[in-house]
Design a protein around this ligand. Structure first.
Ligand code: PEP
Ligand code: MG
Length: 580
């Protein structure tokens, strides 16, 4: 049994066999598979060879037309290596005799092959080392691509172990048999972590080197409460965790009893508990958990799931589905927040040196006006079907907000000219998720219809800590005194200006911060649907004065540690059984 520590990002306990997903360009660790999987690995290998040969054939023909016979000859050599049976037989032998995964067996055989060329003292042949590496990469790309495809067709529950996980692959897990996730890299507020939480998959990230310790078929426990992953647990540990898993399920069931009760404090002050969603189907989940509406619809996931730009009609259908599923409850649609770890880096020819400070979010939309206008048209059309608000992300200046509104008016004029019905009076607001917007909140409050505080990014930019990087995750905290003060200022400013203010960062769904935020004057919380019942439970236990006292005291502390210790002690008094 081996216990590794990471950062828990989605609560709960998962117990199942591992499936290990390797990353291209990442050293493939030695890995064995369960005996029942050996044949499947051999088939994956066969298909990877066939796909590589077909691909090379196509490319060689194209290249010989464009670049001449010499270039085509180089690839003939690649084709020769892939077509002779020896290499294939050797790799297959490694799979069948040593039960190595197709990826590891390929990487091992190809390294041996490379070493043979390295030993020969002939510059002409030294070039062959690079060719062999090239062939290896080609084979691995097909093998690993197929493993990723496999995720959608699993026949039994598994824990997914991987070096890294992009938001788009994470999004595909919702319809798979994956019951838990553990990742080598990643931070608590990364978009991948948010998605894992939204899908209710117990997950731990930042478990350095985990993927090289685990083989497919190993029994794994993901403890998404205590920040640990256990490999090959002994019988006693397994029993202890199965009991804990049952207790956790029972607590969740008890919480569903709160569904029909209003979100209000013990002395009757009303709150709105809204949901953050990424997919239209999650709207039903929001209602199941007793949510009062959607406070943040992250529309960029339409891009992350699909293969290209979603059309206006595809978007219109998705927005309409959310709105109609919410049956009259309010829905806040946020325009695309693409960039950084979401989508555009994958597509861009040149990687940005600092993507989190780069061409992301509203900046990207304002550069791609064609795409932006299509989205605004779709939102405006769908907004005739319910109570819909439109929100722009990552705004840093009034000019930027005004520019975005101009594009919105353009889209309105076009729809008008075309005689297409749309909502003329849609309310437009912004996310306050940059220090610039927070500091200038008073100016914004005169022009915007509402604000929503995005603490995931606000914390990142206030503290200069990458929200997705496990190496600095200990510095990333919503309890930093500067964060508390900024949130307090924004809430007060909005209240004075008479505009609605919600908070839709992950902090809104963490019981640790419930009393603090309510005490600071927040009345609208937007969070992952899963988190709604517990926050509601806590609010219903407290009187407003009590929460105001907690907030007032929390604001007096000078260090993050003091804030966390104080809030933890206060919350534990009310929820003694909760792992806060
Ligand atoms: C935020 O930054 O707090 C937020 C809600 O937006 P996202 O997590 O999608 O960046
Ligand atoms: Mg954000």
């Amino acid at each position: 049994m081996e216990i590794l520590r990471g950062i828990a990002v989605s609560p709960g306990i998962a117990i199942a066999e591992a499936i290990v997903l390797d990353a291209e360009d990442y050293r493939i660790p030695q890995r064995t598979v369960a005996p029942a999987d050996v044949e499947h690995q051999a088939e994956i290998l066969e298909r990877a060879f066939a796909a590589s040969v077909a691909e090379l054939d196509r490319q060689r023909d194209g290249w010989s037309n464009e670049l001449g016979q010499h270039t085509a000859d180089i690839f003939n050599w690649h084709l020769g290596v892939l077509s002779t049976p020896q290499l294939r037989t050797q790799i297959k032998g490694l799979i069948q005799e040593s039960r190595f995964s197709a990826a590891y067996a390929t990487s091992l055989a190809m390294r041996r092959f490379q070493r043979r060329f390295k030993k020969i003292d002939d510059p002409a042949l030294a070039e062959r080392v690079r060719d062999v590496r090239d062939i290896e990469r080609r084979l691995l790309r097909h093998i690993l691509g197929e493993t990723r495809e496999d995720l959608a067709h699993l026949s039994r529950p598994v824990v997914l172990i991987t070096h890294e996980l992009t938001p788009s692959v994470a999004a595909s897990l919702s319809s798979s048999k994956v019951v838990g996730v553990a990742i080598d890299v990643g931070g608590p507020a990364s978009h991948t972590s948010i998605l894992l939480r939204a899908m209710g998959l117990p997950s731990v990230v930042g478990v350095t080197d985990l993927s090289s310790h685990v083989s497919g078929g190993d029994m794994i426990i993901v403890d998404g409460v205590n920040d640990i992953v256990i490999i090959a647990p002994d019988a006693a540990t397994l029993k202890q965790y199965r009991d804990q898993q049952n207790r956790y399920k029972k607590i969740r069931q008890e919480l569903t009893g709160l569904r029909e009760l209003p979100a209000e404090s013990h002395d009757g002050v009303e709150f709105k508990l809204l949901a953050n969603v990424e997919f239209p189907s999650e709207a039903a989940h929001c209602i199941e958990q007793g949510g009062d509406g959607i406070g943040l619809y992250r529309t960029e996931f339409l891009y992350l799931q699909g293969r290209g730009d979603p059309t206006e009609d595809e978007q219109y259908e998705a927005y309409r589905e959310v709105i109609s599923n919410m049956a009259g409850r309010p829905v806040t649609i946020r325009t695309f927040d693409l960039g950084a770890d979401k989508y555009t880096q994958d597509k861009s020819v040149e990687r940005e040196p600092n993507p989190m400070l780069g061409l992301r979010s509203i900046r990207y939309s304002l550069q791609r006006l064609d795409m932006f206008k299509v989205q605004l048209r779709a939102v405006l059309r769908a907004a005739t079907e319910g109570e819909v608000r439109l929100m722009f992300p990552l705004i840093i200046s009034l000019m930027e907000f005004r520019q975005a509104k101009m594009v919105l008016h353009d889209a309105m004029e076009d729809l008008e000219d075309e005689g297409i019905p749309f909502n003329h009076d849609i309310e437009v607001g912004i996310m306050v998720e940059t220090p610039a917007a927070a500091i200038q909140c008073r100016d914004f409050a005169r022009e915007v219809g509402f604000v929503s505080i995005g603490t995931n990014d606000l914390v990142q930019y206030l503290l200069a800590v990458d929200r997705g990087n496990e190496k600095v995750s200990r510095f990333y905290s919503s309890a930093h005194p500067s964060v508390l003060r900024v949130i307090h200022d924004v809430i007060k400013t909005c209240r004075k200006a008479g505009i609605s203010c919600s908070l839709c960062g992950e902090m809104a769904g963490q019981p640790l911060y419930t009393m603090l935020l309510a005490g600071l004057g927040l009345r609208q919380f937007s969070m992952g649907p899963h988190d709604i019942p517990e926050v509601k439970k806590l609010l219903r236990m407290c009187k407003i004065k009590q929460m105001e006292r907690v907030a007032k005291r929390a604001l007096t502390f000078e260090t993050e540690r003091q804030v966390v210790n104080y809030l933890r002690a206060q919350t534990r008094k009310l929820l003694p059984d909760d792992p806060i």
